[in-house]
Design a protein around this ligand. Structure first.
Ligand code: TF8
Length: 338
């Protein structure tokens, strides 16, 4: 009868809805707390993307996973956090690939100067076979690499003078990331490069312990470097990625369903972060122009900087092996052709 059909329909719909809403709990998903550390402040593209990740993990696990995020290097600087992940004292973090070289020196490859034309070109190499192989190589060192985010093209700021030529870099005390490639790159260009953790940088700029630094526009804005720096020079010397890491001891405890949740949320956060980063770059530059003296570099001077950088690239070939460099260059070539 009509009535019986209706009630069967009601039961069917009811069951379907129930199954839909309990799907995450029907899986092998346990209650977990994930401590997630990062270096920038909450009101930065990094902070916003960590928030996206937090919400996605919460949604996909039906609230069973709780991500507790710690901004401003509250859990330590990047190197300290990496070690905490390896030891299992912290679950997750986002780090610059640059500071990972203490764990896997191959990661210096991403910081080779003047490699990428734009973000989408870098995405292809990072998300493709080459980038994945680099992530796979981390596991034996005690961390699992999930996805790359965009830190972005790096530009120079300082408080001494506009940097228009390499000569202008002379005797500028420039903070660089803790990676010998940067040390050599800027010393080669005439600066006095000083490696330092990002968490110490604002104070060092404020007190004059260093004169300058290099980071993407968005970070110069969100970390308020414009308050203690007068000049911004658009060198765009390196395209710098971030990488999302999870502690290997923690990862090994997770069920496959749990790993899938983390992986899905990581990819969603990556897409959101890159979009935000690319929109923010323009806005940050416009903002910084109201606060700082901004100059571009002429093509002739750019060529000189690139020639100087070439020496550093050749030195890295010795350090990392020509093989790896060739694979990297091939991946870039392929990305350019697509
Ligand atoms: C640097 C990096 C940092 C980021 C951030 C702390 O200059 O670009 O801004 O890695 O996660 O140290």
């Amino acid at each position: 009868s009509k009535k019986a059909f209706k009630s069967i329909l009601a039961i069917t719909i009811g069951t379907t809805l129930t199954i839909g809403s309990i799907s995450a709990s029907a899986q092998d998903v346990n209650s977990r707390i994930i401590r997630f550390g990062y270096g920038l402040n909450q009101d930065s593209k990094q902070g916003r993307a960590v928030q996206t990740f937090t919400e996605e993990v919460n949604r996909l696990s039906d609230g069973k996973f709780k991500v507790k995020s710690f901004a401003n290097a509250l859990l330590g600087n990047e190197i300290q956090m990496q070690n905490a992940l390896i030891g299992g004292a912290q679950e997750m973090m986002i780090t610059s690939t640059s500071s990972l070289i203490g764990i896997d020196k191959k990661f210096a490859i991403w910081d080779l100067p003047f490699m990428f034309k734009d973000g989408p070109e870098a995405d292809k190499v990072l998300d493709g076979k080459f980038g994945q192989a680099m992530l796979d190589g981390l596991e034996k060192h005690g961390v699992v690499g999930l996805v790359y985010w965009e830190n972005g093209f790096r530009d120079l700021t300082n408080s001494k003078r506009p940097i228009k030529t390499m000569d202008d870099l002379n005797s500028v005390k420039l903070r660089v990331m803790q990676n010998p490639m940067y040390l050599e790159l800027f010393n080669q260009m005439g600066a006095n490069a000083i490696p330092m953790a990002f968490s110490e940088l604002f104070t060092a700029l404020e007190t004059g312990a260093v004169d300058g630094q290099e980071n993407p526009y968005s970070t110069i804005q969100s970390s308020k470097f414009y308050e203690v720096q007068k000049y911004l020079s658009q060198t765009h010397h390196v395209y710098s990625p971030w990488v999302m890491l999870i502690s290997k001891p923690f990862w090994d405890k997770l069920s496959n369903d749990e790993k899938t949740i983390i992986k899905k949320a990581a990819v969603i956060s990556r897409e959101a972060e890159r979009k935000d980063s690319r929109e923010q770059a323009e806005k940050s530059l416009a903002f910084l122009k109201t606060k700082m003296e901004v100059n571009s570099i002429t093509p002739e001077e750019m060529d000189k900087m690139k020639a100087s950088a070439k020496i550093v690239i050749d030195a890295q070939a010795k350090e990392l092996g020509q093989d790896l460099l060739d694979q990297f260059f091939a991946a870039i070539k392929e990305a350019k052709s697509k």
